[in-house]
Design a protein. Sequence first.
Length: 166
Amino acid sequence: MSVSGDIVESWRAPGAVIRRRLAEGPREDRAAGILLLACLFAFVAQWPGLVRAAAADPAVPFEARLGGALMGTMFLVPLLAYGVAAASRLVLRAFGVAVPWHGARLALFWAMLAVGPLVLGHGLLAAALGEGLVPSLVGAGVAAAFLAIWAAALAAARVEPPGPNA
């Protein structure tokens, strides 16, 4: 299925999407591509707010703000995402839940990509309304959706440990 179709399906059955993608085998190139696409969504979502901030405070031009956003979302976030995926796998392992390294990465990266359209909408809303209660509530909803999809994806990526007779 296409990436856009899988994003839509992730809202109904994130476990099925992750199982299907994991069945393709441990493809690190695809996992990294998913992560970079999610980061691209986050980068583009910041543009309207950056335009608004540059208009409000011309001391820092839009181009400088855009460069900072590019550095943060396209270079630093991927590094942090790999660290968070590894930490989540280790925490789950400490609680006796076996998730392969690739499964933990794919679950996190896919959850980031699945909420990408919401992140874009939140960026537009935050730029239009500025800081306030409504953008904060919508941001909390996006975060909750991300956590729900990530949890379901991690559950789908779980593997059963071999039994005593294996």
